[in-house]
Design a protein around this ligand. Structure first.
Ligand code: UT7
Length: 309
């Protein structure tokens, strides 16, 4: 869906969206496609590229803010589709930071020596929860998924540092108010359009820049690196202006930052793994490259990770 398509739906323009967000187009899942369908497709590709069969997976973690249902978890739906008969499965909900949270959890499960292969998926169909009459939100988000297979790597490689945080006092700034235990679905909640994503964009913006930058600094410090050591930073793709501000705060050069928000919009938990997957497909990652990732989202939550490729 392009910005021009959106011009026909709400009072917006390609010029405004491009200038304020850097987004030109986003992917929207078809009506009968749910988050688990995108997650499953990504998982199949990851398994094929990793040369593993589904019964070799020990755990499936799906990072998502837009699960198929409250329960069963989307991870269990994916487990069944894959026929991953030896795998435990659960969803991880940490807003747009979900993928990094899941990566850290999965990596630690392997680091303990208790598990061998963990499938971490970031998948969202945000379009299903979008108020297509609200120009503050519907121009920003998009659908997508990506998957990574975690396994043992040689000492000093893989995840070498991370930082995670949360501040629940920011919860009202980005939320899906109704449909949960606090506000179960009623005719009134439906009429008030409370089953859609609500966001105070300007507030979220401020905190996103601050916490995504600080999270990278913290994680770098923990592993005795500086921003100069970063070969590629993969920031959560929420808004080009947020990414540029982070780049400035961390004193990064343009070629140290990966940007694809123009093509996909904000895909929440899927954004970082989609970017990582593109970097791999484009042959841009070399052995021993230092990759930094950072994200901020609903909760508030934030997270960063430093990887040696
Ligand atoms: O994924 C993690 C969480 N999410 C984020 O990190 C998103 C963070 N926030 C943002 O990216 C930005 O705040 C937005 C893109 C959501 C909004 O950009 P902004 O520069 O903060 O705009 P604003 O909300 O301050 O609105 C500025 C003006 C307003 O008009 P007035 O009051 O100045 O006349 C809005 O009504 O722009 C108007 N506006 C629009 N105009 C055309 C808001 N949305 C649109 C739109 N098209 N789609």
């Amino acid at each position: 869906m392009t910005n021009f398509d959106l011009e026909k739906i709400v009072d917006t323009s390609d010029e405004w969206i491009t200038l304020r967000t850097g987004i030109k187009e986003r992917r929207i899942a078809e009506e009968d496609i749910a988050t688990s369908d995108l997650a499953y497709k990504a998982a199949v590709i990851a398994l094929k590229e990793g040369g593993l069969s589904s019964d070799q997976i020990d755990y499936i973690i799906v990072a998502t803010a837009t699960p198929d249902m409250f329960f069963p978890s989307t991870a269990c739906i994916v487990q069944d589709k894959l026929g991953a008969k030896n795998a435990g499965a659960f969803d991880l909900s940490a807003g747009c930071s979900g993928f990094i949270y899941s990566l850290v959890v999965g990596s630690q499960m392997i680091a303990t020596g208790m598990y061998e292969h963990i499938l971490v998926i970031g998948a969202e169909t945000l379009s299903k929860f979008m108020d297509w009459t609200d120009r503050n939100t519907c121009v920003i988000f998009g659908d997508g998924a990506g998957a990574v297979l975690l396994g043992t790597v040689e000492e000093g490689k893989g995840l070498i540092s991370s930082c995670m945080g949360s501040d629940g006092s920011g919860g009202d700034m980005l939320k899906l108010p109704a449909g949960g235990a606090k506000m179960p679905a009623t005719t009134e909640t439906l009429n008030k359009r409370l089953h859609y994503i609500k966001m105070e964009g300007r507030e979220v913006f401020k905190y996103a820049v601050r916490y995504m930058s600080e999270a990278v600094e913290n994680a770098l410090e923990k592993c005795n690196l500086t921003s100069e050591d970063i070969d590629i930073l993969i920031p959560h793709q929420a808004n080009l202006r947020i990414i540029q501000s982070i780049g400035k705060r961390l004193k990064l050069k343009d070629d140290q930052i990966y940007i694809n928000v123009d093509k996909y919009g904000n895909t929440s938990s899927a954004s970082i793994i989609i970017a990582l997957s593109e970097l791999v497909d484009n042959g841009r990652l070399k052995e021993n490259d230092i990759i930094a990732m950072t994200a901020f989202g609903a909760g508030y939550t934030w997270a960063s990770a430093v990887l040696k490729w």
